[in-house]
Design a protein around this ligand. Structure first.
Ligand code: NAP
Length: 520
C-alpha cells in the first residue's frame, strides 16, 4: 500500500505513528495510508516564510502568472492519471473527476491570465490617487502589498484538485507562499498533483508545501502576517476561529462552510416549457453530480404550489434513470459517498428531514452499488423529500445533508414569499432562480441577494450552461452566515485576502515615483 508523504521544507517527509488508511469508497479496498505525526509543522511554516515569500515577492504579477500557467500545464499533462485516482479514491464518476481536475486547470489558467494582464507590477494600486488638502501636493494613494507570512489552506474532501488549485492560484499570484492541506480521506489526488509539480520543479523553493494527514496544531502556529483559508464543515470553521492565537494575533481567516442552496422556479415557468426543462436539468444534475457532495449543490427546491406535484413527478422520473454504483463501471451515473462517516451523517440527515416531510423518491436504506462487491461501498440512492407546507419544514432550512438529497418546498408563487423561505437558510453560497417575469425577478433578487455570495439566473438560451453548482474563477465564491462569511476567487478580487491594503499619505511626486505612476 502506498504511503503518502508530506512535502514540507522542500522535501518529502513521512509521519510516524499510526497512519490513517485511505480507501476506495466503492469497494472499501485500502489504497494508501498517511500520517502527519511527528512532522515539524512550525519549521515548515518558517521555511515557507523565509524562502517562498521573498522568492515570490521578487517576481512581477506576470512572472507569478507564468508559474500558474506552468502548474496548469503540468497538471494537464497528467490529467488521465489524476482522473483515475479521483475515480478510485474519491468515488467520482469520470465526469465528476473531470469537474474537479479540469476545474483546477481552468482556475490556474484564468489566474495565469490575470497575472499577465497585471504586467510588471509587484503590488496592486487600489483606486485613484486622492488630493487630501488644499494643495495638490498633499496626496493619498491606496496600494495592496503581499503579506509576509504564509497562506495555510485547508480543504474539504470533495474537491482535492480544484480545492488545492483555486486557493493556491490566488495566493501565489498575490505573492504569498502556500501550505496546502487536503482532507485526508481523499488526499491521493492532491498528493499526486504535488508530486507532479515537484518533479517538474515548477515553483520556487518554499512557494508550495503540502501536509497530508491530520492538521494537528497547524492553525495554532499562525501569526499576524499569516492567513488561513479554510473550507469544510461549520463546526471545524468555528473551532479554528476561536483559537486564542487567531484572536490574539488577528490572523486573517477565510471560512467557506455549509450552504442550503435553493433553486426557485418562477410562476411563469410552466411545465414542458424551456425554462422549466432548464430548471429540471439543473436540479437533477446538482442532486447527483459528485453524489450531491458539492457545497454549491441545490438542497432546497422551491416550486409554486399549483405545480408542485408535477415537479415532484418529473424529478422522480429523472432520478429513476440514475444508476448508482462503482464509478469504474461504465453505466454508473452516480458514485458512492466519500466515506463511511459521510454516509452515516447523510442517513441521519435524511431521518431528520423525514421527521417533518416524506421521501417521495429514494430512501436512506442500504443500497447495493452496481459493479461493487457484495456488501461493500458507501452507496445511497438519490432522495427527494417533499413537504406539504414550507412552514412545517425546519430541518430543511437548518441541516445541510451533504449527499444526493433535496427538499421540495411549495410556495405561493409570489417573489416575496419565495424570498422569505430562501432566507430561512441563514446565508448561502449560491441560489438559482428560473423565471423571465421581470417583476418576480426583481422581487426575489432584491430579497435574497443579501443572503448570498452568488445568484444564478437560469435561462434556456445560455448555451452549455454549467448550472449554479459550478464555481467560476471570474466570480466570487463564498457567502454570509451559514456559508462561513468568506469570499474567494472573483478574478483579481481573490488576491485581496493575501495582501495588506495600505494607504500612502504624503507628497504627490514622491508617492507617484514610489508606485511607478506617471506624474501628471
Ligand atoms: P471537515 O471535517 O470540517 O474537514 C475539512 C478540512 O478541515 C479537512 O482537511 C480536515 O482534515 C480539516 N480539519 C479537521 N479538523 C480540523 C481542525 N481542528 N483544525 C484544522 N483543520 C481541521 O469537513 P469535510 O467533512 O471535509 O467537508 C464537508 C463540509 O465542507 C460540508 O459541510 C461542505 O458544505 C463544506 N464545503 C464547503 C465548501 C465551500 O466552498 N463553502 C466547499 C466544499 C465543502 P482531515 O481530513 O485530516 O480531518
Amino acid at each position: 500500500m502506498k504511503t503518502l508523504r508530506s512535502y514540507l521544507g522542500d522535501r518529502w517527509v513521512e509521519g510516524s505513528g499510526a497512519p490513517q488508511t485511505l480507501v476506495n469508497p466503492a469497494t472499501e479496498e485500502p489504497l494508501a495510508q498517511a500520517s502527519s505525526d511527528g512532522l515539524d509543522l512550525a519549521a515548515a511554516l518558517a521555511q515557507a516564510r523565509r524562502k517562498g515569500g521573498p522568492a515570490l515577492r521578487a517576481l512581477s504579477f506576470a512572472e507569478r502568472g507564468a508559474l500558474l500557467k506552468e502548474m496548469a500545464k503540468a497538471i494537464q499533462a497528467h490529467r488521465d492519471e489524476l482522473l483515475d485516482l479521483a475515480v478510485a479514491n474519491g468515488g467520482n464518476t469520470r465526469s465528476d473527476a473531470k469537474f474537479d481536475v479540469d476545474g483546477a486547470i481552468f482556475t490556474l489558467q484564468t489566474y495565469a491570465e490575470i497575472g499577465a494582464s497585471l504586467g510588471t507590477a509587484k503590488f496592486l494600486i487600489d483606486g485613484e490617487g486622492l488630493q487630501l488638502g488644499r494643495s495638490p501636493r498633499f496626496h493619498g494613494q491606496h496600494i495592496n502589498v503581499p503579506r509576509h507570512g504564509v497562506a495555510v489552506q485547508i480543504n474539504a474532501f470533495n474537491f482535492p484538485a480544484w480545492g488545492l488549485a483555486e486557493k493556491a492560484a490566488s495566493a501565489l499570484l498575490a505573492g504569498m507562499p502556500v501550505l496546502s492541506k487536503p482532507a485526508t480521506s481523499s488526499a491521493m489526488v492532491a498528493h499526486r498533483v504535488m508530486e507532479i509539480l515537484v518533479e517538474k520543479k515548477v515553483l520556487p523553493e518554499g512557494a508550495l508545501s503540502l501536509l497530508v494527514g491530520t492538521p494537528r496544531d497547524l492553525p495554532a502556529l499562525l501569526g499576524a502576517q499569516d492567513v488561513l483559508a479554510f473550507t469544510g464543515s461549520g463546526d471545524t470553521g468555528m473551532r479554528i476561529r476561536a483559537l486564542p492565537n487567531i484572536i490574539r494575533e488577528s490572523v486573517r481567516v477565510n471560512v467557506e462552510t455549509d450552504s442550503l442552496n435553493a433553486a426557485v422556479l418562477g410562476p411563469d415557468a410552466a411545465p414542458g416549457g424551456d425554462m422549466y426543462e432548464t430548471f429540471l436539468k439543473d436540479v437533477l444534475r446538482d442532486m447527483t453530480q459528485k453524489a450531491g457532495q458539492k457545497c454549491t449543490a441545490i438542497r432546497r427546491v422551491l416550486v409554486p404550489e399549483a405545480i408542485a406535484a408535477t415537479v415532484r413527478d418529473d424529478l422522480a422520473e429523472g432520478l429513476r434513470a440514475v444508476r448508482v454504483g462503482n464509478p469504474a463501471t461504465d453505466e454508473v451515473r452516480m458514485g458512492p459517498l466519500a466515506t463511511a462517516s459521510q454516509l452515516a451523517d447523510v442517513r441521519e440527515g435524511v431521518a431528520k428531514l423525514g421527521a417533518e416531510g416524506k421521501a417521495v423518491f429514494g430512501s436512506a436504506a442500504a443500497l447495493a452499488g452496481v459493479g461493487a462487491p457484495a456488501g461493500k461501498g458507501f452507496f445511497l440512492s438519490p432522495v427527494l423529500m417533499e413537504f406539504a407546507k414550507d412552514a412545517l419544514a425546519s430541518a430543511a432550512h437548518a441541516r445541510e445533508v451533504f449527499g444526493p438529497v433535496a427538499s421540495l418546498l411549495p410556495y405561493s408563487g409570489k417573489g416575496a414569499d419565495a424570498a422569505a423561505i430562501v432566507a430561512r437558510g441563514n446565508g448561502g453560497l449560491v441560489s438559482s432562480v428560473y423565471s423571465e417575469d421581470a417583476a418576480f425577478l426583481e422581487e426575489i433578487v432584491s430579497g435574497i441577494a443579501p443572503y448570498h455570495g452568488r445568484l444564478f439566473l437560469g435561462h434556456p438560451k445560455i448555451e452549455q450552461s454549467p448550472g449554479p453548482g459550478t464555481v467560476l474563477p471570474q466570480l466570487v465564491h463564498g457567502g454570509p452566515g451559514r456559508a462561513g462569511g468568506g469570499e474567494e476567487l472573483g478574478g483579481v478580487r481573490g488576491l485581496a485576502f493575501y495582501m495588506q491594503r495600505v494607504a500612502l499619505e504624503g507628497s504627490r511626486p514622491v508617492i507617484q515615483k514610489l508606485i511607478g505612476a506617471p506624474s501628471a
